[in-house]
Design a protein around this ligand. Structure first.
Ligand SMILES: *Cc1c(COP(=O)(O)O)cnc(C)c1O
Length: 413
C-alpha cells in the first residue's frame, strides 16, 4: 500500500487540497534528497499506520488499569504491550512509554530525581550536551545548577579525569551522560563508578544510541544508569516520542513525574506506534540494520577523512559523524548551505574547541533505504566535490536525485 494511501492523502486532497499539496511536497522532498540528519530516520508503514489510527482520538490520562477516563480497556492493552516490549528489548525492570518527546523524558527524569536548585554535572553544550543539559534558554538551565564537563583537546574524547574532578568538587545530585553530537561510545561503567564515588544519580540520556543498543550494535547504559531517557524516533526508527527506563525502585517516582507532574493525557496512537517499533527492533533484521548503520558510518567517515575533512575524534563508533570543514576553507554553515543546494540535508554542530561550527551527519536514514558501503563511498565523494566546488551544484543535485531514486524511502510510491 503506497504511503500516500496510508496517509489517506486522497481524502485529504479532496477536503483540503492546500494542505494535501504541502504533504505531497514533503514526500517528494524526502524522496529526492538524502537525509543525513543524524537524528532522522524512516519508520515502517506499520508504524505510520498506528500513528494515523483511531487511537489518536482516545483520551487516556493515567496508566493502564488506573485511568482518569472511561473506555480505556483497549488502549490499556496497547500501552501494556509497549511497556512489556520495551522492558524485554532493553532488559529494564521498568519502562514508561508516555513521554511526548526526548526533552519531556529528560524533564520528567529530573522531576523524579531532583529538586530545583540541585547541582547537575552534564556534558557542556559546546561539547555536545543537549539543550536539556543546562542551556540558559531551557528549563534545565533555569531550574538547576549545571556544571559542564568537556572533551580532551587532542583526542576529542570525553575527559573522564575532568568528570571525576568536577564531581568531587561540586558533589552533584546527578551526573548526566549523553550528547547530541558525540560520535563515540560512552564508558557507562566509568560514569557509574564516578557517580558512586560522590553519591550521585547516574542519568543516561541515550536519545541517539538507544536504537543501536536495541540492535546490539552499541553498549547498553541500562545496567549502569539509575534512569535511562531516550527518544523513539532516531536510530530506533519508531514514532516521534520519548521513553524512560529504570529499576523497579524508581518506577513509581518516574511514572508520577511523567503523569501527572509534567504531562497530561497519554498519546495512545504514538504509544501503539512505539509498541510496533519495539516489536520490529526485537527482530534479527533490525539487529542487522543497526550493525549496517555503524558499518556505513565508518565507511562514510573514512571517505570524508580521505577527502580532507577533519573528523572529531578521528572517526566514529556509532551512526554519527561530526566534522570540521575548515581544512576545505569553509565554515559549517556555508558547508551546510552548499550541501543542501545539492540535495544533501544535514546539520551544523558546535565543535569542541574553537568558535567555528562543524557538520553533524548520520547514516540511520540512508541505511533504512537500503544503502550500503558502496553508496557511502559515493556520498563521501559527492560531498567533498560539492564542498570543494568542483562539481557544479546542478550536476551534483542530479546525482543525488538518481541515488535517492534507486533507494526510495517509501518503496511503493
Ligand atoms: C534528540 C535528543 C533529545 C531531545 O529529543 P526531542 O524529542 O527532540 O525532544 C534530548 N537529548 C538528547 C541527547 C538528544 O539527542
Amino acid at each position: 500500500m503506497p504511503v500516500t494511501q496510508t496517509l489517506e492523502a486522497d481524502v485529504l486532497r479532496l477536503q483540503d487540497p492546500e494542505l494535501a499539496e504541502i504533504l505531497m511536497g514533503e514526500l517528494a522532498r524526502q524522496s529526492t534528497t538524502l537525509q543525513l540528519i543524524a537524528a532522522e530516520n524512516f519508520t515502517s508503514k506499520a508504524v505510520l499506520t498506528a500513528l494515523g489510527s483511531p487511537l489518536a482520538n482516545k483520551y487516556a490520562e493515567g496508566y493502564p488499569g488506573a485511568r482518569h477516563h472511561g473506555g480505556c480497556e483497549i488502549v490499556d492493552v496497547a500501552e501494556r504491550l509497549a511497556v512489556e516490549r520495551a522492558k524485554a528489548l532493553f532488559g529494564a525492570e521498568h519502562a514508561n512509554v508516555q513521554s511526548h518527546s526526548g526533552s519531556s523524558a529528560v524533564l520528567a527524569t529530573y522531576a523524579a530525581l531532583l529538586r530545583p536548585g540541585d547541582t547537575v554535572l552534564a556534558m557542556g553544550l559546546p561539547f555536545g550536551g543537549h539543550l536539556t543539559h543546562g542551556s540558559p534558554a531551557n528549563f534545565s538551565g533555569r531550574w538547576f545548577d549545571f556544571v559542564g564537563y568537556g572533551v580532551e583537546a587532542e583526542s576529542g574524547l570525553i575527559d573522564y579525569e575532568q568528570v571525576r574532578t568536577l564531581a568531587r568538587t561540586h558533589r552533584p545530585k546527578a551526573i548526566v551522560c549523553g550528547a547530541i553530537s558525540y560520535p563515540r561510545h560512552m564508558d557507562y561503567a566509568l560514569f557509574r563508578a564516578i557517580a558512586d564515588e560522590v553519591g550521585a544519580y547516574l542519568i543516561a540520556d541515550a536519545a541517539h544510541p538507544i536504537g543501536l543498543v536495541a540492535g546490539g550494535a552499541a553498549p547498553s547504559p541500562v545496567p549502569y544508569a539509575d534512569v535511562v531517557c531516550a527518544t523513539t524516533h532516531k536510530v530506533l526508527r519508531g514514532p516521534r516520542g520519548g521513553m524512560i527506563l529504570c529499576g523497579g525502585e524508581l518506577a513509581e517516582r518516574v511514572d508520577r513525574a511523567v503523569f501527572p507532574f509534567t504531562q497530561g493525557g497519554a498519546q495512545m496512537h504514538t504509544i501503539a506506534a512505539k509498541a510496533v517499533a519495539f516489536g520490529e527492533a526485537a527482530t534479527p533484521a533490525f539487529a542487522a540494520y543497526a550493525h549496517q548503520v555503524v558499518a556505513n558510518a565508518k565507511v562514510l567517515a573514512e571517505g570524508l577523512a580521505a577527502e580532507g575533512l577533519a573528523l572529531t575524534t578521528g572517526g566514529t563508533d556509532t551512526h554519527m559523524l561530526t566534522a570540521d570543514t575548515a581544512p576545505l576553507g569553509l565554515d559549517g554553515r556555508s558547508a551546510r548551505g552548499r550541501l543542501a543546494a545539492a540535495g544533501m540535508v544535514l546539520d551544523t554542530c558546535a565543535l569542541p574547541h574553537g568558535d567555528v561550527r562543524g557538520l553533524r551527519l548520520g547514516t540511520a536514514a540512508l541505511t533504512t533505504q537500503g544503502m550500503g558501503e558502496a553508496e557511502m563511498s559515493q556520498v563521501a565523494k559527492l560531498f567533498a566535490a560539492v564542498l570543494r566546488n568542483e562539481a557544479d551544484s546542478k550536476r551534483a543535485r542530479e546525482e543525488v536525485r538518481d541515488l535517492a531514486g534507486r533507494f526510495p524511502p517509501y518503496p511503493d510510491e
